[in-house]
Design a protein around this ligand. Structure first.
Ligand SMILES: [Zn+2]
Length: 264
């Protein structure tokens, strides 16, 4: 009798274990599916500065490439990045020309995007397109509308959040994208947010992009290291990390290297 009860317990346990494993598989694939269909056929990210792409959107860029292919994922950098504090406070950078300052920051940015899998021909530097009398944000607006036209609305355009960000320039870029969306000139926009603003966004409006395995984790980690590693022969001075070490530490504390995007 005892043996029968024992067998029954074992059987029930097996059923429960298998059942919960099946359920968690369903959950995982449901998450996957909801993110799978989120991007239009083409995707454009608009970081304000060199480092914003990996800090707030690294895993989202990796996922966009996985879903839509590297040919269809673009990154357009808004600012030249020469206003970074470290250029004013660190003696070692004081005598650089404007061009050198921009170049050094772009070297880190290009290395980061290479690690993330973005094609060099899909990287756009808006600061280099600005003509006399224009601002970066005029150029941003033009570029957003050009992409909308080029892909006939089959594009997801992603910028900083227009409200929940403590950097005024980040918000400004987000506002332009938001305005164009409200006017119906952009069909599908999304906004990346710094994780500590996540609580301001309702759950149903948020999407989490994560490094799902070691390979993806290493990809985003390598992109971060482009801003930390010093390799003077290749023009790399660790400017991004020196400027905002806590942003990098905060991201790297998260095993999943999560990017949070919102539709609103
Ligand atoms: Zn920034």
């Amino acid at each position: 009798m005892k043996e029968k009860i024992f067998k029954a317990i074992i059987l029930v346990s097996i059923v429960l274990i298998l059942g919960s494993a099946a359920l968690s598989n369903i959950k995982a694939s449901a998450n996957q599916n909801s993110n799978d269909s989120i991007f239009q056929s083409n995707v454009v990210f608009y970081p304000q500065h060199q480092d914003d792409e990996v800090l707030w959107a690294g895993s989202a860029i990796v996922d966009a490439i996985k879903q839509r292919g590297a040919d269809h994922v673009y990154v357009a950098l808004i600012s030249d990045g020469i206003g970074v504090n470290i250029y004013k406070t660190d003696e070692g950078f004081k005598n650089l020309t404007k061009e050198e300052k921009q170049q050094f920051r772009n070297n880190e940015f290009k290395k980061s995007l290479k690690a993330l899998g973005v094609k060099p021909e899909n990287i756009i530097f808006l600061a280099d397109r600005v003509i006399h009398g224009e601002t970066y944000f005029d150029e941003l607006k033009k570029t957003i509308l050009d992409f909308e036209k080029k892909f006939n609305g089959e594009v997801t355009q992603i910028g900083h959040h227009y409200k929940y960000d403590d950097h005024a320039m980040h918000r400004k870029g987000g506002e332009i994208l938001k305005e164009l969306t409200e006017k119906g000139q952009v069909k599908h926009a999304m906004f990346f947010i710094k994780p500590w603003y996540s609580k301001e966004i309702p759950n149903e409006d948020k999407l989490y992009f994560t490094a799902d395995n070691k390979k993806e984790h290493d990809v985003v980690l390598n992109a971060c290291m482009s801003y930390k590693d010093i390799d003077e022969s290749n023009g790399l001075y660790g400017i991004g990390y020196k400027s905002s070490p806590n942003y990098f530490k905060n991201l790297l504390k998260d095993d999943k290297l999560t990017s949070i995007l919102t539709n609103h």
